[in-house]
Design a protein. Structure first.
Ligand code: FMN
Length: 218
Protein backbone atom coordinates (compact mmCIF):
# COMPACT_ATOMS: atom_id res chain seq x y z
CA UNK A 1 0.00 0.00 0.00
CA UNK A 2 1.44 3.38 -0.99
CA UNK A 3 0.83 6.38 1.20
CA UNK A 4 -1.77 8.70 -0.26
CA UNK A 5 -0.06 11.83 -1.53
CA UNK A 6 -2.15 14.68 -0.18
CA UNK A 7 -1.17 16.77 -3.20
CA UNK A 8 -3.53 14.74 -5.37
CA UNK A 9 -7.19 13.87 -5.03
CA UNK A 10 -10.09 12.77 -7.19
CA UNK A 11 -13.84 13.21 -6.73
CA UNK A 12 -16.05 10.33 -7.89
CA UNK A 13 -19.68 11.27 -8.53
CA UNK A 14 -22.43 8.66 -8.24
CA UNK A 15 -25.38 9.91 -10.30
CA UNK A 16 -27.48 6.84 -9.55
CA UNK A 17 -30.44 6.57 -7.19
CA UNK A 18 -28.75 4.07 -4.88
CA UNK A 19 -26.23 5.40 -2.40
CA UNK A 20 -24.70 1.95 -1.96
CA UNK A 21 -25.74 0.33 -5.23
CA UNK A 22 -23.90 -0.90 -8.30
CA UNK A 23 -22.47 2.42 -9.41
CA UNK A 24 -21.19 3.09 -5.91
CA UNK A 25 -19.59 -0.36 -5.81
CA UNK A 26 -17.78 0.33 -9.08
CA UNK A 27 -16.65 3.78 -7.97
CA UNK A 28 -15.34 2.37 -4.68
CA UNK A 29 -13.15 -0.02 -6.66
CA UNK A 30 -11.74 2.89 -8.67
CA UNK A 31 -11.27 4.85 -5.42
CA UNK A 32 -9.38 1.93 -3.88
CA UNK A 33 -7.01 1.77 -6.85
CA UNK A 34 -6.47 5.52 -6.77
CA UNK A 35 -5.57 5.30 -3.10
CA UNK A 36 -3.30 2.30 -3.74
CA UNK A 37 -1.50 4.55 -6.19
CA UNK A 38 -1.14 7.48 -3.83
CA UNK A 39 -4.14 9.59 -4.86
CA UNK A 40 -6.90 10.53 -2.41
CA UNK A 41 -10.50 9.77 -3.40
CA UNK A 42 -13.87 11.13 -2.26
CA UNK A 43 -17.22 9.71 -3.39
CA UNK A 44 -20.02 12.25 -3.91
CA UNK A 45 -23.59 10.96 -4.27
CA UNK A 46 -26.09 13.22 -6.05
CA UNK A 47 -28.95 11.85 -3.91
CA UNK A 48 -32.58 11.17 -4.71
CA UNK A 49 -34.15 14.60 -4.34
CA UNK A 50 -35.62 15.82 -7.65
CA UNK A 51 -33.00 17.64 -9.74
CA UNK A 52 -34.11 20.28 -12.21
CA UNK A 53 -32.42 20.25 -15.58
CA UNK A 54 -30.71 23.39 -16.89
CA UNK A 55 -33.34 26.00 -17.74
CA UNK A 56 -30.81 28.16 -19.66
CA UNK A 57 -31.57 31.17 -17.48
CA UNK A 58 -27.83 32.08 -17.59
CA UNK A 59 -28.06 33.34 -14.01
CA UNK A 60 -24.80 31.48 -13.34
CA UNK A 61 -23.01 33.82 -15.76
CA UNK A 62 -23.61 36.55 -13.18
CA UNK A 63 -23.33 34.67 -9.87
CA UNK A 64 -21.13 31.69 -10.76
CA UNK A 65 -23.71 29.46 -9.08
CA UNK A 66 -26.70 27.58 -10.40
CA UNK A 67 -30.01 29.30 -9.74
CA UNK A 68 -31.28 26.04 -8.22
CA UNK A 69 -29.39 25.90 -4.94
CA UNK A 70 -29.07 22.16 -4.42
CA UNK A 71 -26.43 19.40 -4.57
CA UNK A 72 -25.11 20.86 -7.82
CA UNK A 73 -23.85 23.97 -6.01
CA UNK A 74 -22.47 21.79 -3.22
CA UNK A 75 -20.50 19.91 -5.84
CA UNK A 76 -19.27 22.94 -7.80
CA UNK A 77 -18.11 24.67 -4.63
CA UNK A 78 -15.56 21.87 -4.02
CA UNK A 79 -14.95 20.45 -7.51
CA UNK A 80 -12.04 22.73 -8.37
CA UNK A 81 -10.07 21.42 -5.38
CA UNK A 82 -9.70 18.06 -7.17
CA UNK A 83 -7.17 16.91 -9.75
CA UNK A 84 -9.55 14.52 -11.42
CA UNK A 85 -13.21 13.66 -11.65
CA UNK A 86 -14.97 10.36 -12.27
CA UNK A 87 -18.57 10.52 -13.49
CA UNK A 88 -20.54 7.39 -12.65
CA UNK A 89 -24.07 6.51 -13.70
CA UNK A 90 -26.30 3.47 -13.94
CA UNK A 91 -27.84 2.87 -17.36
CA UNK A 92 -31.48 3.98 -17.56
CA UNK A 93 -33.10 3.19 -20.90
CA UNK A 94 -29.78 2.88 -22.68
CA UNK A 95 -28.39 6.18 -21.41
CA UNK A 96 -27.16 7.93 -18.27
CA UNK A 97 -29.84 8.65 -15.67
CA UNK A 98 -32.01 11.73 -15.94
CA UNK A 99 -30.38 12.88 -12.71
CA UNK A 100 -26.92 12.52 -14.29
CA UNK A 101 -27.85 14.68 -17.24
CA UNK A 102 -29.56 17.31 -15.09
CA UNK A 103 -26.75 17.34 -12.54
CA UNK A 104 -23.77 17.34 -14.89
CA UNK A 105 -25.26 19.84 -17.38
CA UNK A 106 -25.87 22.34 -14.61
CA UNK A 107 -22.62 21.59 -12.79
CA UNK A 108 -20.30 21.90 -15.78
CA UNK A 109 -22.10 24.89 -17.27
CA UNK A 110 -22.09 26.87 -14.02
CA UNK A 111 -18.52 25.82 -13.19
CA UNK A 112 -17.39 27.29 -16.45
CA UNK A 113 -19.10 30.57 -15.58
CA UNK A 114 -17.62 30.52 -12.08
CA UNK A 115 -14.03 29.64 -12.92
CA UNK A 116 -13.75 30.33 -16.64
CA UNK A 117 -13.21 28.21 -19.73
CA UNK A 118 -10.12 26.66 -18.15
CA UNK A 119 -12.03 25.41 -15.10
CA UNK A 120 -10.93 21.81 -15.57
CA UNK A 121 -8.14 22.13 -18.11
CA UNK A 122 -5.75 19.17 -17.75
CA UNK A 123 -7.66 17.74 -14.83
CA UNK A 124 -8.20 14.09 -15.65
CA UNK A 125 -11.69 12.71 -16.29
CA UNK A 126 -13.11 9.20 -16.43
CA UNK A 127 -16.56 7.72 -16.91
CA UNK A 128 -18.05 4.61 -15.28
CA UNK A 129 -21.37 2.92 -16.04
CA UNK A 130 -23.29 0.14 -14.33
CA UNK A 131 -26.02 -1.80 -16.03
CA UNK A 132 -27.99 -5.00 -15.88
CA UNK A 133 -27.49 -5.90 -19.55
CA UNK A 134 -26.99 -3.17 -22.20
CA UNK A 135 -26.74 0.53 -22.97
CA UNK A 136 -23.45 0.82 -21.16
CA UNK A 137 -21.12 2.02 -23.94
CA UNK A 138 -23.65 4.68 -24.99
CA UNK A 139 -23.65 5.87 -21.38
CA UNK A 140 -19.86 6.02 -21.26
CA UNK A 141 -19.83 7.99 -24.54
CA UNK A 142 -22.38 10.40 -23.09
CA UNK A 143 -20.44 10.99 -19.88
CA UNK A 144 -17.13 11.43 -21.71
CA UNK A 145 -18.56 14.40 -23.59
CA UNK A 146 -18.36 16.58 -20.48
CA UNK A 147 -14.59 16.11 -20.46
CA UNK A 148 -14.22 16.62 -24.19
CA UNK A 149 -15.60 20.16 -23.97
CA UNK A 150 -13.33 21.15 -21.09
CA UNK A 151 -9.81 20.24 -22.26
CA UNK A 152 -9.70 17.29 -19.91
CA UNK A 153 -7.62 14.20 -20.74
CA UNK A 154 -9.69 11.03 -20.36
CA UNK A 155 -8.33 8.09 -18.39
CA UNK A 156 -9.15 4.63 -19.71
CA UNK A 157 -8.95 1.06 -18.54
CA UNK A 158 -7.77 -2.17 -20.15
CA UNK A 159 -11.35 -2.96 -21.15
CA UNK A 160 -14.74 -1.19 -20.75
CA UNK A 161 -15.29 0.91 -17.59
CA UNK A 162 -18.48 -1.01 -16.94
CA UNK A 163 -19.90 -3.30 -14.28
CA UNK A 164 -22.96 -5.54 -14.57
CA UNK A 165 -25.59 -6.26 -11.97
CA UNK A 166 -28.79 -5.10 -10.33
CA UNK A 167 -27.33 -4.92 -6.82
CA UNK A 168 -23.91 -4.24 -5.33
CA UNK A 169 -23.75 -7.93 -4.37
CA UNK A 170 -24.21 -8.93 -8.00
CA UNK A 171 -21.50 -6.49 -9.05
CA UNK A 172 -19.22 -8.33 -6.62
CA UNK A 173 -19.53 -11.34 -8.95
CA UNK A 174 -18.47 -9.26 -11.97
CA UNK A 175 -14.80 -9.94 -11.36
CA UNK A 176 -13.73 -8.66 -14.77
CA UNK A 177 -15.74 -5.44 -14.37
CA UNK A 178 -14.16 -4.74 -10.99
CA UNK A 179 -10.75 -5.48 -12.42
CA UNK A 180 -11.42 -2.88 -15.15
CA UNK A 181 -12.19 -0.40 -12.37
CA UNK A 182 -8.83 -1.08 -10.71
CA UNK A 183 -6.98 -0.58 -13.99
CA UNK A 184 -8.88 2.66 -14.45
CA UNK A 185 -7.94 3.97 -11.01
CA UNK A 186 -4.28 3.09 -11.51
CA UNK A 187 -4.13 4.71 -14.94
CA UNK A 188 -5.92 7.80 -13.70
CA UNK A 189 -3.47 8.18 -10.81
CA UNK A 190 -0.55 7.87 -13.22
CA UNK A 191 -1.97 10.50 -15.58
CA UNK A 192 -2.60 12.95 -12.75
CA UNK A 193 0.94 12.53 -11.43
CA UNK A 194 2.47 12.69 -14.92
CA UNK A 195 0.69 15.95 -15.71
CA UNK A 196 1.89 17.45 -12.44
CA UNK A 197 5.44 16.22 -13.07
CA UNK A 198 5.39 17.80 -16.54
CA UNK A 199 4.30 21.11 -15.06
CA UNK A 200 6.95 20.88 -12.33
CA UNK A 201 9.53 20.24 -15.06
CA UNK A 202 8.54 23.52 -16.74
CA UNK A 203 6.49 22.09 -19.60
CA UNK A 204 3.96 24.82 -20.16
CA UNK A 205 0.35 24.47 -21.21
CA UNK A 206 -0.26 25.74 -24.75
CA UNK A 207 -1.40 29.36 -25.04
CA UNK A 208 -5.17 29.87 -25.17
CA UNK A 209 -7.10 31.99 -27.62
CA UNK A 210 -10.33 33.69 -26.63
CA UNK A 211 -13.26 31.64 -27.95
CA UNK A 212 -14.98 32.94 -31.06
CA UNK A 213 -18.65 31.95 -31.02
CA UNK A 214 -20.21 31.65 -34.46
CA UNK A 215 -23.46 29.77 -33.81
CA UNK A 216 -23.42 28.70 -37.48
CA UNK A 217 -24.87 31.99 -38.66
CA UNK A 218 -21.85 33.20 -40.65
C1 FMN B 1 -35.54 3.26 -14.94
C2 FMN B 1 -34.47 2.20 -15.15
C3 FMN B 1 -34.04 1.91 -16.42
C4 FMN B 1 -33.06 0.95 -16.64
N1 FMN B 1 -32.63 0.72 -17.91
C5 FMN B 1 -31.65 -0.18 -18.12
C6 FMN B 1 -31.16 -0.41 -19.45
O1 FMN B 1 -31.54 0.23 -20.42
N2 FMN B 1 -30.16 -1.33 -19.60
C7 FMN B 1 -29.69 -2.07 -18.54
O2 FMN B 1 -28.83 -2.90 -18.76
N3 FMN B 1 -30.12 -1.85 -17.28
C8 FMN B 1 -31.09 -0.92 -17.05
N4 FMN B 1 -31.51 -0.70 -15.76
C9 FMN B 1 -30.87 -1.42 -14.65
C10 FMN B 1 -29.72 -0.63 -14.00
O3 FMN B 1 -28.94 0.05 -14.95
C11 FMN B 1 -28.77 -1.53 -13.24
O4 FMN B 1 -29.46 -2.35 -12.35
C12 FMN B 1 -27.69 -0.72 -12.53
O5 FMN B 1 -26.58 -1.53 -12.30
C13 FMN B 1 -28.18 -0.15 -11.20
O6 FMN B 1 -27.18 0.70 -10.65
P1 FMN B 1 -27.38 1.46 -9.24
O7 FMN B 1 -27.48 0.38 -8.19
O8 FMN B 1 -26.15 2.30 -9.06
O9 FMN B 1 -28.62 2.26 -9.36
C14 FMN B 1 -32.49 0.26 -15.53
C15 FMN B 1 -32.94 0.56 -14.24
C16 FMN B 1 -33.91 1.51 -14.03
C17 FMN B 1 -34.38 1.83 -12.63
Amino acid sequence: MTTTDSRFKVILVNAGPHKSGCTDRALREVAGALEENGVGADVFWVGTKPLASCVACKRCTVTGRCVFDDRVNEFTSVACDYDGIVLGSPVHFGAATGAATAFFDRAFYSLRQRVGDDAFRMKVGAAVASCRRAGNTATIDQLNRYFQLLQMPIATSRYWNIVHGATAEEVEQDVEGLQAMRFLGGNMAFLIKAIRAAQDAGIELPAQEPTTYTNFIH
